[in-house]
Design a protein around this ligand. Structure first.
Ligand SMILES: O=C(CO)[C@H](O)COP(=O)(O)O
Length: 154
């Protein structure tokens, strides 16, 4: 049987509506074993994006989940925050090709999006595709990604 992925989702109050839509989409996707919602639950919760983004990235780094999907207003703050966690590679992407290459070229475990940048239907399509992409450790990209890890560990 194919391994079913675990994924964390999180957002600040600017991204929570889109995060909740994407969470529900992922929960209905048979390729996902578990969708862990780290919050915020609704727009009344004004916790700042770094708290949520770092918590999700730490879950990735700890191996509790394979991937994380993070939403804020632009996706940028979540991306910066997640990338501060050692071992985590996060990208903001609002197009199909970038989301695909973030996995295949860069072995990114974290995708971030901006709810003030992208509409829900396009975001859903990109996320559905993103889940299907896998990094090939035998690919020519692997040595390049390893250089990033080497720098981080030096
Ligand atoms: O988009 C955000 C961070 O990148 C966040 O949702 C809003 O941040 P703010 O503009 O600093 O309020």
């Amino acid at each position: 049987m194919k391994h079913a992925m675990k994924i964390a989702v999180a957002a600040d109050n600017a991204g929570v509506a889109l995060k909740n839509e994407l969470r529900d989409l992922l929960r209905a996707d048979g390729r996902i074993a578990e969708v862990r919602d780290l919050g915020v639950p609704d727009a009344a919760d004004d916790r700042a994006y770094p708290l949520l983004g770092i918590a999700a990235a730490e879950a990735v780094a700890a191996g509790e989940v394979e991937r994380a999907l993070l939403v804020c207003g632009t996706g940028i703050g979540m991306c910066i925050s997640a990338n501060k966690v050692p071992g985590v590679r996060a990208t903001v992407a609002h197009d199909s090709y970038s989301a695909e290459r973030s996995v295949k070229s860069n072995d990114c475990q974290v995708l971030t999006m901006g709810a003030r940048v992208i509409g829900p239907e396009l975001a859903k399509r990109i996320v559905t595709e993103w889940i299907g992409h896998v990094f090939d450790p035998e690919s020519a990209s692997a040595a390049k990604v390893a250089r990033i890890s080497d720098y981080e560990q030096a």
